[in-house]
Design a protein around this ligand. Structure first.
Ligand SMILES: Nc1nc2c(ncn2[C@@H]2O[C@H](COP(=O)(O)O[C@H]3[C@@H](O)[C@H](n4cnc5c(=O)[nH]c(N)nc54)O[C@@H]3COP(=O)(O)O)[C@@H](O)[C@H]2O)c(=O)[nH]1
Length: 532
């Protein structure tokens, strides 16, 4: 059943591990291709608008230049010459001329006899220009010889409509154009156009939307009542999307596979950890290290904390704060404690022989302190030659929840044996004020997270002094953990903390090294630098 569940979880992780990155890649590819096409469409619309605005400016310049006739005849030689000069100077204006009764009577091209019929005005722009969008002047130029005529008073400027849009020739399948908002008429266009696009802008200056077949961009002129549009066919989007897909999806597949492999491996490792721990216990792979605890005032060693290490045969080292909780979770902690106490029974007499006034502190987890079995184990330890009760301190550590009511009689019995008890990692995990009041203990260890911030601006920098005051009130001796520098040591000392432990003084060492250290004369012990 468990195997089936594990297989299902592994499968689900594998599928999700691959599906998620692929879905993310699809989304990213879609976003990227959309963004790229919108950028292209905006660039094109901007260029069309720039040309249309320039054409409008030139028409206005032509009206201004020609608004005062030299003499009474609007088609005199002097005036025709002036029309030609104006025409020559304006790149977008093809012809300028004089209009009478909807006929172009004369222009920069000369006199036109009866006049060229321009047809009716289609609409009047917001700036008062009468607009005709497609007039055949019979000149054989322009698109099909047709011109866009902007007339103000009796003056007309004729523009080649395609000059406004003959850009991006390599993208002919992208529909482009410009329309007047007032008349809702196209002034110039290339490719497909749908009238409904005109209403999509509303009051905005630009809009981008997908109409099912095109990605459409609309851009309004800030000078004239005109709007440029660009409609990119959906095929463009699709091919760009495939381009992004072909790059992103393989990357996502590789990442997904690596991720799934990592997760599955981790899950397998975790699943096999209990078995590994059991096997390592059987093989006696775990080693005990000892970290000295010093009196802050003299830096003399007063005790040694026993800390377990696992130099794994196969695989990387695992820290005790990972394998001890795992042992607690899978019900192996009693065996670990038993293993640790057996090692202490061997190591402690050798240490105490060299330092008779020192103690060895041992870590006990919540489940140890919930069961009377620990009392027999400790009695056995005390029966060892060379170990007196005052040589042992029990540190109540809480990787899992410690029930004060269950632990209270056990802790009381431990103390009745003459063994002192410390509350470890106070202020973190499950340890709380109620433990201090419910459990009768001797020491309180301030966790390193609070020691490392003392004297800094950190929010937790004020916690250590409070903990020290609580301990004082309850008559407990305080041990500062994780002291790494002189400033932290000085701070703790100034606040009345008697004992400390940390890399400033010593790191945890294997038994042979700690024995050598313990052999040194007492007054030199504190001066020994911490081993690397
Ligand atoms: N039930 C048992 N719990 C055990 C046993 N052995 C260890 N443990 C618990 O694991 C926790 C992690 O221990 P460890 O990785 O050994 O870390 C200890 C020190 O190495 C570390 N330390 C000491 N000085 C410093 C320092 O200056 N800076 C710094 N960053 N770390 C430092 O602190 C740990 C000692 O912590 P504590 O026990 O809280 O005094 C550890 O918390 C043990 O509870 C075991 O056999 N049984």
């Amino acid at each position: 059943m468990r195997k089936k569940l594990t297989t299902t979880i592994v499968l689900a992780v594998g599928i999700f591990g691959i599906a998620l990155p692929v879905l993310a890649a699809l989304y990213l590819a879609h976003r990227q291709s959309m963004d790229a096409e919108i950028r292209l469409a905006n660039t094109m619309a901007g260029e069309i608008l720039r040309r249309a605005d320039a054409a409008g400016d030139q028409a206005i310049a032509a009206y201004t230049e020609l608004s005062t006739p030299e003499d009474g005849d609007p088609c005199s030689d002097a005036r025709l010459k002036r029309m030609r000069d104006v025409d020559l100077n304006l790149s977008y204006v093809e012809v300028v001329g004089y209009v009478d009764k909807d006929r172009l009577v004369c222009s920069s091209l000369g006199r036109h006899g009866e006049g060229i019929p321009l047809g009716p005005v289609e609409f009047v722009s917001s700036r008062g220009a009468s607009v005709r969008t497609s007039v055949d002047l019979g000149l054989g130029t322009g698109e099909d010889g047709r011109f866009l005529i902007l007339q103000k008073g009796s003056l007309a400027a004729a523009l080649h409509p395609e000059m406004l849009i003959d850009t991006f020739q390599d993208r002919k399948d992208i529909a482009v154009g410009i329309f007047g908002r007032t008349g809702r008429m196209r002034l110039s266009s290339r490719g497909e156009f749908e009238t409904k696009w005109m209403s999509r802008l509303g009051g905005a200056t630009s809009a981008n939307f997908f109409d099912g077949r095109h990605l459409v961009t609309l851009l309004r002129s800030s000078h004239y009542d005109t709007v440029a549009y660009v409609a990119v066919p959906a095929d463009y989007l699709r091919s760009r999307l495939y381009g992004f897909f072909s790059v992103l999806v393989p990357i996502a597949l590789v990442l997904g596979a690596l991720l799934s492999f990592g997760i599955v491996r981790l899950a397998r490792q975790r699943a096999s950890l209990p078995a590994e721990l059991k096997a390592a216990l059987r093989r006696g792979e775990f080693e005990m290290y000892y970290q000295p605890i010093v009196e802050l005032a003299t830096r003399r060693i007063v005790g040694f904390e026993a800390l377990m290490r696992w130099p794994r045969r196969d695989g990387p080292r695992l820290r005790p704060d990972l394998f001890i909780p795992a042992a607690e979770d899978c019900g192996l902690i009693t065996q670990f404690t038993d293993y640790m106490l057996k090692r202490i029974a061997v190591d402690a007499p050798r240490l105490i022989e060299r330092r008779p006034h020192c103690y060895v502190s041992v870590n006990l987890g919540s489940s140890d302190l919930h069961s009377e079995a620990i009392l027999d184990q400790l009695r056995k330890l005390l029966a060892t030659r060379g170990i007196r009760p005052q040589c042992i301190v029990v540190e109540a550590t809480e990787h899992s929840f410690l029930d004060p009511l269950l632990a209270r009689p056990i802790v009381a019995e431990i103390r009745a044996l003459g063994i002192r008890v410390a509350i470890d990692d106070f202020g973190t995990g499950f340890s709380s004020l109620s433990h201090l009041t419910t459990l009768q203990t001797d020491f309180l260890k301030i966790d390193k997270v609070f020691v490392e911030t003392v004297g800094t601006d950190s929010a937790t920098s004020q916690v250590a002094p409070h903990i020290i005051r609580i301990a004082e009130t309850l008559g407990l001796k305080v041990i500062g953990e994780g002291v790494e520098n002189e400033a932290q040591a000085a701070f703790l000392r100034a606040h009345g903390v008697e004992f400390a432990q940390g890399w400033l003084f010593y790191q945890a060492m294997p038994i042979d090294e700690i024995l050598k250290l313990a052999e040194r004369p007492l007054d030199l012990a504190g001066a020994t630098p911490a081993p690397a």
